[in-house]
Design a protein around this ligand. Structure first.
Ligand SMILES: N[C@@H](CCC(=O)N[C@@H](CS)C(=O)NCC(=O)O)C(=O)O
Length: 208
């Protein structure tokens, strides 16, 4: 498999974590986002959205959208299972993952921050990111109060943890961390796992 991504891209980071947890070998091709590599024709042919990640499978099929990729990997390589098997638990876990993947990350990604800064002042982009990440994670913490254990949903790793850890990377970059006991406990437990360490941006070949 070939992962098209970027070390600091939190959506690529999600896929790296899942590949690592499932012990799947993969290669990486890096796109420097600030240089606009993801908007060059060669990559647009793979993903017309001009967003990373994309995962190229061995038969040449290319998958996009990190949550769809996570669910695909979980169905094809079910050990360990990252999406629960009962409909109710599955809905709970997807809901936690989507707080991040649908409502926090998309409004703070690079192209949004670049547009905000272009429309206002250069400082407004990062200030916006800080605000939306802090508010979103504060809501996540409230949700975790009733469902978290060692990880976001009880004591088993799920796609919710895989979304949370990269989002915390962004929270640190934009100085948007809060004093959140559940989030911090889950982060500590994830950070102790090899797959999370291996997937971290600073451990990627394209890290500056
Ligand atoms: N919903 C997409 C989000 C992808 C996305 O926003 N990727 C960011 C990096 S984390 C990107 O490519 N940004 C480039 C840009 O904004 O121009 C997913 O989960 O795969």
């Amino acid at each position: 498999m070939l992962l098209h991504g970027f070390h600091r891209s939190s959506a690529s980071w999600r896929v790296r974590i899942a590949l690592g947890l499932k012990n799947i070998e993969f290669e990486q091709k890096s796109y420097t986002l600030r240089a606009g590599d993801q908007r060059q024709d060669a990559y647009l042919a793979l993903n017309p959205q001009g967003l990373v990640p994309s995962l190229e499978l061995e038969d040449g099929t290319t998958l996009t959208q990190s949550l769809a990729i996570l669910e695909y990997l979980d169905e094809i390589y079910p050990d360990p299972k990252l999406v629960p098997s009962t409909p109710l638990e599955r809905a709970e876990v997807r809901s936690l993952a989507q707080i991040i993947a649908c409502d926090i990350h998309p409004v703070q990604n690079l192209k949004i921050l670049q547009s905000i800064s272009a429309l206002t002042t250069p400082e407004e982009g990062p200030a916006w990111a800080k605000r939306v990440i802090f508010e979103g994670l504060a809501a996540m913490e409230k949700r975790l109060e009733s469902v978290a254990g060692a990880y976001c949903f009880g004591d088993n790793l799920t796609i919710a943890d895989i979304c949370l850890i990269p989002q915390l990377g962004n929270a640190k970059r934009f100085d948007a961390m809060g004093d959140w006991p559940n989030i911090n406990r889950v982060a500590e437990n994830c950070d102790a796992l090899d797959a999370f360490q291996k997937a971290a941006p600073q451990n990627q070949p394209d890290a500056a």
